[in-house]
Design a protein around this ligand. Sequence first.
Ligand code: NAD
Length: 503
Amino acid sequence: MTLADIQAAVGLRTPIRHQLFIDGRFVDALDGQTLATLNPHDNSVIAEVAMAGPADIDLAVRAAQRAFPAWSRLAAADRGRILLRLADLIEANAEELARLESLDTGHPLKDSLALDVPRTAACYRYFGGMADKFQGDVVPVEAGFLNYVTREPVGVVGQVVPWNFPLMFTSWKMAPALAAGNCVVMKPAEITPLSSLKIAELMREAGMPDGVVNIVPGLGSVAGQYIAEHPDIAKIAFTGSTATGRRIVQASAGNLKKVQLELGGKGANIVFDDANLTAAVNGSAWAIFHNQGQACIAGSRLMLHERIADEFLERFAALARSIRLGNPMDPQTEMGPLTSLQHRDRVLGYVDVAREQGGELLSGGRAPGGDLAAGCYVEPTIVRAHSHTDRIAQEEVFGPFVTVLTFKDDTEALQIANSTDYGLGSGLWTGQLKRAHQFARELHAGMVWINSYKRVNPGSPFGGVGQSGYGREMGFDAMREYTQAKSVWVNVDAQIAPWYPRA
Ligand code: NAD
C-alpha cells in the first residue's frame, strides 16, 4: 500500500507529516535517516518518519535560542492568543487528529474523538487563557523598600514524551511552557510521532513564530539522551519510565538543568465493602482497561475488601470479557491493540510471571487470534496475586492486566496500598466520608480519586511522589515549573546607615 492508500483507507484528508519541524519548516534529518512508523492493528508501515540525530537537535536548539528573546518579551496575552487559536484549530481538525492518533497508537477512534482530542484542545485553551493571569508578587518587606517578584521563563526547554498518549502529552508539556514564554524542543516517542507533527502544522497556522516550537522525532537513546545532555537547554520535562527518568537526571547534571519527571505508577484502586458496587465495577474497568491499560495512572492493583471480593470479581470479569476488542478505526471498538509488538510480548510475559509466583488467572491472559492475530492485541486480563509483594503487584505492567489483592480492614488496605515504591494515582470506593478523607490524606500518591478514577483536568495538578517522579503538570503548578522567580529590591525611601562610620 502506498501512503496515499493508507490515508484513504483510514479517512485522512491531508498528507501524513513525516519530516522534522525545525525553525518553522518541515525538513528531513541532516543524515537522511528515517524510522518506520507502524499501525499496531496489523503492524503494516504507515509512514517513514525522519529521525533526528544530534546535529538536527543542535539546529532545533539554535532556532529556539534565536526565537526566545522576542517570544519571551511578547505580551503574555499575545502568546495566549496564539494558543487559543491553536485550540480552535485542533477542534476544527478533530476528526483528522483523532484518526491519526488512532492509526498510530491503537487508541479506539471513539476514545480519540471523545477524549484525546477534546482534552488536547482544552489544555491549549486553558494555558492560552492562563498566559496573562499568571502573575508575580509583592512581598511585604522592611520599611522603605519595595520587593517585587516576577516569574521569568526558563529559556529553551527540552521535552520528551512517551507513546501512550502522544497528542495529549505534548499539549500538557508544550502549552504551559509556551504560555510562560519558553521555547520548546519536543521529542515524541519514536513509535508515535504523527500527531505531534500534525500539531506543528497547526501551530504554524495559528501564527506561532518560527523557532518557538521544534518537533524532533528520534530515538530515545540518541535524540532523547542528547536533549537531556544539551548544554544550551535550560530545563528538561520528561514523561516515561522510571528507569529512563534516572538516566535523564544523570545526563542533565552537566549544565544543572531544571528537571521535571512524570514517571511510572502502580495505582491502588481500593473497593471497600460499603461501596456502590455497580459504580465501582464500572469505574475499575475504566481504571485499567481504558487505552488498553497503557496509562501511568491506571488502577492496576485492584484491592477488594474480602467480604465483597467474590461478587465484585464475578461482575468485573463478566464486564472484562464483554469488552469489544478490535480495529481502533471501527467506531464500535472499545479496546484496541497495544502500541507495539514488543510491548505486547512484555505484557504477556507478566502472565507467566504471575503463574510462577502462584497467581491465579481469572480472565484473559492471551493474545487473541483470528483477524487480530497480526496486531498487538492482548485480552483484558485479571490475575489474583498470591501476595502484595509479588512482582505483578509491585512492577508496572502497563497493559490491560490487573492484579487483584484482598484486604480485611482499613489498616491492611492502607498498608498494601502504600507498599510499592511508586506514588502516582490511587482511588477508593466507599460510602464513608470520614474514611474517604482519611485515605486521601494517608495514601502515598500525587493524586487520589474518591468514588471515581483517573479524572484529569488542565486546572488540576498532575504528578507523583517517590519513584513516580517530581514536579507537576497542569494548573498554576505547571506555570511555576516553567518559570523562575526573580526578586527585585527597590529602595523607595529607606535611609541607608553607613556601614563604616567614617563614610
Ligand atoms: P520510556 O522511558 O522508554 O520512553 C519515554 C520517552 O523517553 C520516549 O520518547 C523515548 O524515546 C525517550 N527516551 C528513551 N531513552 C531515553 C534516554 N536515555 N534519554 C532521553 N530520552 C529517552 O517509556 P515508554 O516505555 O515509552 O513509556 C511508558 C512509561 O511512561 C511507563 O513507565 C509509564 O508509566 C510512563 N508514563 C508516565 C506518565 C506520568 O505522567 N507519570 C504518563 C504516561 C506514561
